[in-house]
Ligand binder design. Structure first.
Ligand code: DGL
Length: 296
């Protein structure tokens, strides 16, 4: 295992395109960092899977990329953070691993201001909502907050399909998911899935100016910057020793061309076609045999 230095990469992982919203925020905050992104596109969505399955996927990805000697691993997926973060931290004690939920919950608690019983809404995948991870993280900071949690399972597939906020189907889905929260009165809304920030402006327009919208991707990037600064591992501003400073290298488990085409929208800039990693190779790296369920 190579030693962790300022030049070591930051690994960012998600089930698909969503974590690129975290990469975008990271690149804005830390433009000199070398980022390695992993999108598990063959096995998306994570949000409708069980904790055991998602933890296996996350463990495999980290095992596959850990030979790169990352100085930090970001689980840029709320679902994977909720279902797998404590477990993989225990399994990879030599790696610094963080997720998206704590930073999002911290920002939501702060945004609620001085109100005694603020109403904090969270939209997320079914798995994230069922995990109660946001409930715990927000209530630890604001025990009187009234939480309104809403699974929004259609949003990840329609975003991965490349539909934009201008699409009537996207607007209809957003309205369906948000209206019940708006009707109960909201002070703060957390975008509890890293796919959702791509629709942030439309979501803001629907909930109105009086509701603070928390982007878990931006909060996550700030949190990573703080953690690296504390450990003295930020990449120096003008790092002439490393050609990789500011680079982004992507891996996906399916359809790299499609990922590059749709991913540039998430990144806000053109991106190179990622390298394909077969899911079979991930099972080999982690030593876990694939489980085949045979019906009948
Ligand atoms: N982007 C992931 C999250 O933040 C969810 C995507 C999925 O369901 O795979 O929860």
């Amino acid at each position: 295992m190579s030693p962790q230095t300022q030049q070591s990469p930051i690994i960012v992982l998600d089930s698909g395109l969503g974590g690129l919203t975290v990469v975008r925020a990271l690149r804005a905050a830390l433009p000199n960092e070398r980022i390695v992104y992993f999108g598990d596109t063959a096995r998306l969505p994570y949000g409708s899977k069980t904790a055991a399955t998602v933890a296996t996927f996350v463990r495999q990805i980290i095992a596959h990329l850990s030979p790169l000697g990352p100085k930090h691993v970001v689980i840029a997926c709320n679902t994977a953070t909720a279902l797998a973060l404590p477990e993989v931290r225990k399994e990879f004690p030599h790696l610094a691993i963080s997720g998206v939920i704590e930073p999002g919950a911290r920002a939501a608690a702060e945004a609620a201001g001085a109100k005694h019983r603020p109403r904090i809404g969270v939209i997320a995948t079914e798995a994230t909502v069922n995990s109660k991870a946001y409930e715990r993280a927000i209530h630890r900071r604001r025990s009187h907050a009234r939480l309104l949690l809403r699974p929004a399972p259609l949003l990840v597939p329609i975003i991965e399909e490349g539909r934009t906020a201008a699409d009537p189907l996207v607007r209809l889905a957003l309205r369906q998911y948000l209206q019940p929260l708006i009707d109960r009165g909201l002070d703060v809304l957390v975008l509890g899935c890293t796919h959702y920030p791509i629709l942030k402006e439309e979501i803001k327009a629907i909930v109105g100016d009086s509701v603070r919208v928390i982007d878990s991707a931006e909060q996550c990037a700030d949190d990573v910057a703080r953690r690296l600064a504390e450990r003295g591992l930020l990449s120096p501003a003008a790092d002439t020793d490393s050609d990789d400073a500011g680079s982004l290298q992507c891996f996906v488990t399916d359809d790299p061309d499609r990922f590059a085409r749709l991913g540039s929208r998430f990144l806000g800039m053109p991106m190179e076609v990622p390298t394909l990693v077969s899911p079979d190779d991930l099972y080999t790296t982690s030593g876990t045999a694939p489980v085949v369920r045979v019906a009948g």
